[in-house]
Design a protein around this ligand. Sequence first.
Ligand code: SF4
Ligand code: SF4
Length: 247
Amino acid sequence: MLATLVFIVCVVLFTIAFGRIFCGWICPQTIFMEMVFRKVEEWIEGDANKRKKLDAGPWTNEKRLKKSIKHVLFFGISFLIANTFLAYITGSENLIKIITEPISLHLVGFASIIVFTIAFYLVYTLVRELVCTVICPYGRLQEVMLDKQTLVVAYNDVRGEPRGKLSRNDNDLLNLKGDCIDCGLCVSVCPTGIDIRKGTQMECINCTACIDVCDEVMDKIHKPRRLIGFSLRMVFAIMKNYPLMAG
Ligand code: SF4
Ligand code: SF4
């Protein structure tokens, strides 16, 4: 009980200091989703914009082929994860017996492999980010654990606003626009589909995809990086109230 209490206190303290870093960088759900399943999806269907276009388009032969390859690979990876997961529960020797000996001797083990494979396949195909935004109790508790000193992924609205599309007629000296060119890429790449420019939101899992894509945009338009970056909430609150000081 003591160990459990220490663990819970550590988790809460860690979250207050570093925000949702666990969700973005340690949680197996995010790691498998972003580092394995999403990579496979990008490899077959392209980036977020191409995937949206493919999903909205008609069922052509190309779409059927891409979707079939993706789902076969997703099922195969889910099968591997299910076997690894089962090895943790039953021990690898027992898992090898389930795989190599007749099914009739290991009906429960065989059924477990099938059930876990289907469960992982459905989680990574259909449920996806709903695990982080709706189902996970740790995720639901995030907002009450963050305070003004918590490290969060944030958009620097002092620098970015007023946002506006880049125009050839913009004059650097007279330009009153902020650095955000309203390209929408930070929203397109966000796995939970939020617009970080609206402020810290419960759905943000600190995956940093929006930071990377915005940095690329800033490089292209020759502006400093980190319009979106890891920041302390407090710093942004002060900068918002005293923009001249921030400048
Ligand atoms: S990626 Fe950067 S420049 Fe583009 S909309 Fe988002 S914040 Fe603005
Ligand atoms: S807002 Fe940025 S860091 Fe947060 S989940 Fe979306 S892409 Fe990841």
